[in-house]
Design a protein around this ligand. Structure first.
Ligand SMILES: Cc1ncc(COP(=O)(O)O)c(C=O)c1O
Length: 346
């Protein structure tokens, strides 16, 4: 752990975090005159006149049960985008340190790096979106603090081989942030969540925005070593997840059967959509997917197909201008009826 703490920026390691009224008094309910709140509860009983729990204890307790991870290994934020930003703020000295990311991949790694004035060294994936672990290692230097891996990767949809990720965890000199936003659509046993004990340099990101159907609520998760999660929690805004969101998320996490059925349907629809796309003359290639979307290379001009789909009220993502994704569109798996309409139109 000493090695990990050495990666943390000294100002962050020495930070005295803001202490909220709720941090200072955790006892039973009483007359709260400690946070300058309006004392009158709202008419709808929401309790929103009070600040939310800064430690999100109820949500974390439920997540701990669902994920099989101790609550103090879980960071909860305003989408996983908050955790991505925090990784830079915690580990990377602006204009000095650097991070490594794969390309093509999720665009926020690059944006968060730019906001934090941190250099990102992008390592291009192979033509089949395979991972070049040697190139990643070769790109490191003594100022390399972070590696962002996304598996299944967005926009390509593929999981990277477990052995390759494990090898990087063993040899990478900094923190490995493994973004598993789409892991619920992957075969069982694909996640590295069970490995956070073995690798103190591993931070696993997950989100409630995809399989869990709560993108509008904004709740992202980071899992890792207790010490790393503790530092993330000290750096975050004290009340980073609203009381409304904590309440709705807790209720939905407690009733997860519907989500499991939806995931199963999306996975079976993915197979159906992929098979139909493969059979279509308009599609030159369907890339393998372990996520809830599929990347396809069109036979003709992808922009033309994109516009034609829009004319029919179907909006997909044009990824054709991203290096490595030339000629491609990314299509999210919808409901069976939505997928029917897509396939008919294509
Ligand atoms: C790989 C990946 N990570 C993270 C996110 C963002 O997740 P959140 O909604 O939790 O911020 C996305 C959203 O598209 C994504 O594709």
């Amino acid at each position: 752990m000493e090695k990990i703490l050495k990666l943390v920026r000294p100002n962050i390691l020495n930070l005295t975090p803001y202490s909220t009224a709720r941090d200072e008094y955790k006892g039973p309910l009483g007359i709260f005159l400690d946070a300058n709140e309006n004392p009158y509860p709202d008419a709808d009983g929401g309790g929103f006149n009070r600040y939310p729990d800064p430690a999100q204890r109820e949500v974390k307790a439920l997540l701990a049960g669902i994920k099989g991870v101790a609550a103090d290994r879980i960071f909860v934020g305003n989408g996983s985008d908050e955790a991505i930003d925090l990784a830079f703020r915690v580990f990377c000295e602006p204009r000095t340190d650097n991070a490594i990311a794969i390309a093509p991949s999720y665009g926020m790694y690059r944006v968060a790096a730019a906001i934090n004035d941190v250099e990102v060294r992008e390592i291009q994936l192979g033509a089949d979106f395979s991972l070049d672990t040697a190139a990643i290692r070769a790109a490191t230097d003594p100022h390399t603090k972070l590696l962002f891996l996304c598996s299944p990767n967005n926009p390509s949809g593929n999981l990277f081989p477990r052995a390759q990720i494990a090898a990087l965890l063993q040899t990478f000199p900094g923190m490995v942030v493994l973004d598993e936003a789409y892991i619920d659509f992957s075969p069982e046993g694909s996640s590295f969540l069970g490995e956070i004990d073995r690798y103190p340099n591993l931070v696993v990101l997950q989100t409630l925005s995809k399989a869990w159907g709560m993108a509008g609520l904004r709740l992202g998760l980071a899992f890792g070593a207790r010490e790393v999660i503790d530092i993330f929690s000290r750096v975050k805004y004290p009340y980073n997840v609203s009381a409304a969101v904590q309440g709705i998320v807790a209720a939905r996490l407690a009733a997860s059967e519907k989500v499991e059925a939806q995931i199963a349907e999306i996975i079976s629809e993915r197979a159906r959509v992929m098979a139909a796309l493969e059979a279509s003359d308009a599609i030159a290639k369907v890339y393998p997917s372990d996520a809830n979307f599929v990347l396809v290379r069109t036979t003709g001009n992808p922009r033309e197909m994109y516009e034609k789909l829009i004319a029919q009220g179907i909006i997909v993502r044009d990824r054709s201008r991203i290096p490595g994704c030339e000629g491609t569109l990314r299509i999210t798996i919808g409901t069976p009826a939505e997928n029917d309409k897509l396939l008919e139109t294509i």
